[in-house]
Write a protein that binds this ligand. Sequence first.
Ligand code: CA
Length: 227
Amino acid sequence: MRLLIVEDEPKVARFIERGLREEHYAVDVAFDGSAGLDLALVHDYDVVVLDVMLPKMDGFEVLAELRSARRPCKVLMLTARDSIKDRVKGLEGGADDYLVKPFAFEELLARVRVLLRRGGAAEAEPMMLRFDDLVLDLRGRKVSREGKAVTLSAREFSMLEYLMRHQGEVVSRTRLSEHVWDQHFDSMTNVIDVTLYHLREKVDRGFATPLIHTVRGVGYVLKNPAA
Ligand code: CA
């Protein structure tokens, strides 16, 4: 899951960034509205955390541009304590939720999780993703297959989560890299293949039916060919 934070106060931005990274999200940060918009138009973010008061372009202008460009990202607006007008304006402008400053990180995280659930295939069973005999526990960050624990690194977990959210669908390497890594990721490296190799070793090796498949020249798909 990849997130963008648009916030001009460096301390606040860093605080959110650090917290979200600790929760294993891929995170990018922009310190003004126009830089934030540029990033959000280029990259496929799952959630954009958007401050209202920003230099160059305010949060409402950024939101309006994102919605008119039909970007599918969820938007969580950060508004000032007393500004009910801002909250209404944000929601009317297509924001998915808002959070009043100052806030506790736990609260932000809870809102982000709700937005990710609303957007994803996991709606019916938000804290668990299942495919075949594979179970991914989003809250506990645990994976099991046939009831046996599978230990994954943070990247492997994110990659599997993305594949499970898009099960049966061929996911390109670009899409995987977009959602699992942030903008400092060099897509020319073979780190995706290496991560996927390790993921497969852990998820498929020793089981009768491999679930992760390569579609040559296109990407990867999670499927059970026997089912
Ligand atoms: Ca601000």
